[in-house]
Structures are given as structure tokens and as C-alpha cells.
Write a new protein. Structure first.
Length: 225
């Protein structure tokens, strides 16, 4: 006796590249649909009203007011969507402009053996100033006097004993003195190349090759790009 084969149901698959509609798009679509339905109902009501019992003027005005409110809401949502799209596009464009640029800040700098240009400012009352260099752990690895009539120095990557320091991340600060009295320290600045940009709570974050990062608002100068 022949046994009929039982057909096997073909599983339904969802394409992996299916577009998922956002809540904003769903809300706007629903609002537009309600608006069109309301318009059709109002038109049908006017076309089919009893001539001997026309639509009450008060009710008609209320319906027109509802019609106007829905129309305004749709226009508002459309303009808001356009504004959000423009803002997102502008921010994305701003992100790309930072890539590859050398930015000046007091962020840590990645040292790979090449001299590093360090920029600083000297208090007017100072008659002595020293550049302090710290490694990635915060330990002081170099301290040297700087010219108080200048605003920059080229650091050669040597420690206090003139031994080459290893590649790594370093920070710089300037300590100023008036005679023998310290006037305190302040961060010195260097240039570093931006490797990546991110959005962090609406602010642009710049990421350097060593993984360190700063906010774009902390940049004091840009050199090249």
C-alpha cells in the first residue's frame, strides 16, 4: 500500500537586512493615516448630510478645528524630522573633518622616539621655569629648565640623566618660580594626530593613536588635516 508523504512545512525566514521601522516613523505614519481617515469621513459626512437637517454649525466648526490640529501636527512632525536629519548630517560632517588633523591640547602624547614640540606660557612674575615630564603612570621622568622668554621647547625624549626614554605616553607641565618660590604648575601643550572621532552625549570626542581622547572643545589649535 502506498503511503502518501506528509508535506513538510517550509520555515518562514526573515531577511537579515530587513529594515526595522523606528518609533518616530511609526508614529508619523499612524498620524498621517488618521488624518486621511478623518478627512474622508468629514467629506463623506458633508456629501451625505440631510438637506433638511444640515450639520450643526457648532459641531462642524469643532470638526474643522480638529482637522486643522491634525494637519498642523503632521506638518510639525515633518519639519522636526527634517531638522533632526540636518543636525545629524552636520554632526557627521563635523566628525569627519577632525580625522587626520594635528590638534593642540594638554592631552597625553604618544612618544615613539621623534622629538616632541611642547608649548607653554610663563607667568609675568616668573624668573625661572622648568618643564616637567611624566610617563604613563604619572611618574616624573625628566625635569629641565626652559627659556622664560620663549613659549615652546623641543623635547628630545631623554631623561634627567640624558638616557633615551622608551616609547610610550607622556604628559608635560610647566612649573614656574619667582626667585625660590614656586608659582605652581600648569599643563603644557603638544600636537597629536586625530585617528578617530566619536559622539559622546552630543559632544565630539577626539581619539588619538595611543587610545587617549579629549573633547573637541579642549582643542586650542589645529595644524593641518
Amino acid at each position: 500500500m502506498d503511503v502518501a508523504a506528509t508535506p513538510t512545512a517550509t520555515p518562514t525566514t526573515t531577511p537579515t537586512n530587513a529594515v526595522v521601522e523606528t518609533k518616530e516613523e511609526t508614529s508619523s505614519s499612524a498620524l498621517a493615516s488618521d488624518f486621511e481617515t478623518f478627512l474622508r469621513l468629514l467629506t463623506t459626512q458633508l456629501e451625505n448630510q440631510d438637506p433638511s437637517k444640515p450639520l450643526d454649525s457648532t459641531e462642524f466648526v469643532a470638526q474643522l478645528a480638529s482637522f486643522s490640529a491634525v494637519e498642523q501636527q503632521i506638518n510639525t512632525n515633518t519639519k522636526l524630522d527634517q531638522l533632526i536629519s540636518q543636525v545629524n548630517g552636520t554632526m557627521t560632517s563635523d566628525l569627519s573633518k577632525w580625522i587626520g588633523a594635528d590638534v593642540k591640547s594638554n592631552a597625553a602624547v604618544a612618544f615613539t622616539g621623534a622629538p616632541v614640540d611642547v608649548f607653554y606660557s610663563i607667568p609675568q612674575s616668573a624668573n625661572l621655569a622648568q618643564l616637567v615630564v611624566r610617563n604613563g603612570t604619572g611618574a616624573e621622568v625628566d625635569r629641565r629648565a626652559v627659556d622664560i622668554t620663549s613659549t615652546e621647547i623641543r623635547w628630545d625624549g631623554l631623561d634627567t640623566s640624558f638616557n633615551p626614554l622608551p616609547d610610550g605616553t607622556y604628559t608635560f607641565e610647566l612649573e614656574a618660580f619667582e626667585n625660590a618660590t614656586s608659582l605652581g604648575s600648569q599643563p603644557a601643550q603638544t600636537f597629536s594626530a586625530v585617528k578617530e572621532t566619536r559622539l559622546n552625549d552630543g559632544a565630539i570626542e577626539l581619539v588619538f593613536g595611543d587610545g587617549s581622547k579629549i573633547l573637541a572643545g579642549d582643542v586650542t589649535a589645529v595644524r593641518g588635516g
